[in-house]
Write a protein that binds this ligand. Structure first.
Ligand code: NAP
Length: 327
């Protein structure tokens, strides 16, 4: 027997790493196929969506639904068909390169698990600024990482978007639907975003770019919510004549400085792209370079960052895993 495939425990048919929208949707589909998937819930059960207060764009909820309730309903739906859940974080993996269906090993903080198929659905985490006030005012108090989710709460208010990439520009344009004014705070004087997006931003009268500027702190008002950003001139370091720190009054701060895919635990066992996302391929874009290991959601897709997109990928990954096990 190939020593790589030797394991002390019986193999699971399907292990899903991650319990956000992608992982839970994969669990619903593989459970309904009778495979009793094991879902490893990781450090943030329910994923990023649980940190969003109101989800107004997930189809089927005309009045909206809060992120926790939505993922909780998905979890119950998966459990109803036989999905099992385990509170465990994967520390590293040993994937076999042999025949499809040969067991892979997941080393977790709760022991080793062998699995004939694995669906990696570990999501991504928004990159943080790491400045004073950021954590304090996150979660409904003015600091947010998702304009699509939270923009509508800033109707007729002045807000700032931090960043100069595609996401920052898309967020700034989206926010003009609600906000009275959008400041685009960027640390350089040229945008990284695609030309067409950059042009739209620069031509939009509701968007004011604030060039060569980085935030150093977020301040709150008497109501316990954001009242201003403290800004520093990046060309002078925030010191000297005309270069000192200044306050920009805003009620919302939309941080759009990129995402960090949760793929470090893979330790090079799967092929990643330049952004650190698992490189999806094959039917549905959910196969990986290892047979029997599939990928779904934000850990493989840096572009969409939407719950319904992650759910769709989870569905595709599940269907491919079911097909492989049925072959
Ligand atoms: P990104 O392209 O990495 O841009 C991040 C932006 O944040 C950059 O402008 C960067 O400044 C700035 N930044 C990074 N760290 C910072 C910090 N600590 N303080 C202040 N500013 C900071 O990220 P993204 O915009 O989220 O895009 C991610 C990927 O998704 C990209 O490949 C993008 O093309 C793609 N995307 C595509 C679309 C689309 O096609 N419609 C939409 C969204 C995203 P610098 O420019 O100075 O580095």
């Amino acid at each position: 027997m190939n020593p790589e495939t030797t394991t002390s425990t019986a193999s699971e048919d399907v292990v899903i790493i991650g319990s956000g929208c992608a992982g839970l949707t994969a669990a619903i589909y593989t459970a309904r196929a009778g495979l009793a998937p094991l879902v490893l819930e990781g450090g943030l059960p329910g994923g990023q969506l649980t940190t969003t207060s109101d989800v107004e764009n997930f189809p089927g909820f005309p009045e909206g639904i809060d992120g926790y309730s939505l993922t909780d309903a998905m979890r119950k739906q998966a459990a109803r068909f036989g999905a099992r859940f385990k509170n465990a974080s994967v520390k590293n993996v040993r994937f076999t390169t042999g025949a499809a269906g040969a067991p892979h090993t997941l080393v977790t903080d709760a022991g080793e698990i062998a699995a004939r198929t694995v669906i990696v659905a570990t999501g991504a985490a928004p990159r943080h600024l790491g400045i004073a006030g950021e954590t304090e005012f996150a979660g409904g108090k003015g600091v947010t990482y998702c304009a699509t989710c939270d923009g509508a709460f800033y109707r007729a208010k002045e807000v700032a978007v931090i960043g100069g990439g595609d996401t920052a520009c898309e967020d700034a344009l989206f926010l003009t639907r609600f906000a009275s004014k959008v400041f685009l705070v960027h640390r350089r004087d040229t945008l990284r975003a695609a030309d067409i997006l950059a042009r739209r931003v620069l031509e939009n009268p509701k968007i004011t770019p604030v060039w060569n500027t980085a935030p150093t702190a977020i301040l709150g008002g008497d109501d316990g919510k954001v009242r201003a950003l403290v800004l520093r001139d990046t060309t002078t370091g925030g010191t000297g004549s005309g270069g000192g720190e200044r306050e920009l009054p805003v009620r919302g701060v939309f941080v759009a400085i990129g995402n960090v895919p949760n793929t470090a635990f893979l330790g090079g066992a799967l092929e990643l792209d330049a952004a650190g996302c698992v490189a999806g391929r094959g039917p549905g874009g959910v196969h990986t370079n290892i047979a029997g290991v599939f990928v779904a959601g934000d850990c493989a897709d840096p572009h969409h960052k939407q719950a319904v997109a992650a759910a769709g990928a989870g569905c595709r990954a599940a269907i491919e895993a079911v097909r492989l096990l049925g072959d």
